[in-house]
Design a protein around this ligand. Sequence first.
Ligand code: NAD
Length: 450
Amino acid sequence: MLTVLDPATEEPLAELEQAGVEETDAAVARAKASFPAWRAVAPGDRGRLLRRLADLVEEHAEELARIESRNVGKPIAGARAEVSMVAQVFHFYAGAVDKHYGESIPVAGGVDVTFREPLGVVGLIVPWNFPLNIASWKIGPALATGNTIVLKPAELTPLSALRLAELALEAGIPEGVLNVLVGKGSVVGARLVEHPDVAKIGFTGSTEVGRTVMEGAAATIKRVTLELGGKSANVVFADADLERAAAAAPYAVFDNAGQDCCARSRILVERSAYDRFLELLVEATKRVRVGDPSDDATEMGPLISAEHRQTVASFLEGEPIFRGETPAGRGFWFPCTLVEASNEDRIAREEVFGPVAAVIPFADEADAIRIANDTPYGLSGSIWTRDGARALRVARGVEAGVLSVNSNSSVRVSTPFGGMKQSGFGRELGMHALDGYSEIKNVFLSTEGG
Ligand code: NAD
């Protein structure tokens, strides 16, 4: 049995049966059996079903947000925004179903056309930090392109995915099309990766597990998309609106208690503005409201588990420049922490995945780009400057898949999301995600003869 906890109180929320290899094989078999009928649903009707699912998510938004908030320990305001995004994702892909065109290509002697074919059964493996959101980024394009799904949520946070599967049935998505399995990564996840009837793994999680997934997928030449870890830079130039940059910086790393692959956990500051910025940053960090996730005003909750709190704590040596407050009593709390560092320090090199930011000075534009890129990761990042040409030069120079200028917000339903380097490959969201869940088939029709 799996006991699911509330990280803010350490109280159990649910006791669930865990699937093993046998149940995984049965779910893959169900998904395989439902594939022919699902891919044959007329595109407009598939769109209508996805639209109905989006409507049901909106109708149940508060319920889903409460489930997510309690299971992840995330502030209810943030959970509401995430559920709203889930609905938008399904609306987007409902509209995208019949706009993912093939081509006709000029050739001699006939007509050449391409088709976008679904892959078949896709295995979706997701982490615990944004459970429903990240699941929807994969479910939306996978269903839109006609695949059937076995989804494995993280062991710590399976509750919202289970509820979503019920809503999918209520929306009229046929039984067997979206299957959710609660179970261990090393059992259910690993079986999905090796299963010969699973055509693709859409994975979000750590770089370490991503590497295992990629290795395992090689045996059956499975398609994989990997959304992995990050160590993103928030680059602040001296000519930026320092007040705005400093006011925004804490939320770019302490949001979701730092358990965000896009966390701008390295704050790079031009040396000539360093002291002033640091002063503003400390002031802004003091204002982050840490506490009960069910309170509308809370901005940061606890970490996901006791074990994870230990890992986060292991990164800290010596006195930080700032350490915030946390509620007393039970719950996996960890304070907002700012540390001065060099890019060689462990805290600047590894993903902490907690509310800890490393503040690092730089000399000039070239130095900023060099430090930003001096990491095996390449997911996200921000650039703050009033010089538009510089913003573009740095944006082109930083090796990361999703960047924002004078903003820390780089994830949108309609725009591509994903990493470079060891942050993974493949793109989610927008029309780009559809390419990861379909394959191009080329057909030549001869127009010669009778
Ligand atoms: P994790 O890699 O430990 O687990 C992710 C998922 O993989 C879970 O469902 C887990 O059960 C499963 N898993 C574990 N071992 C497996 C195996 N051998 N085979 C198949 N599946 C297996 O990650 P986590 O701790 O749940 O999440 C945090 C990590 O996710 C961080 O590194 C974070 O940066 C990353 N992340 C990346 C993105 C992105 O889009 N790039 C988004 C969110 C989180």
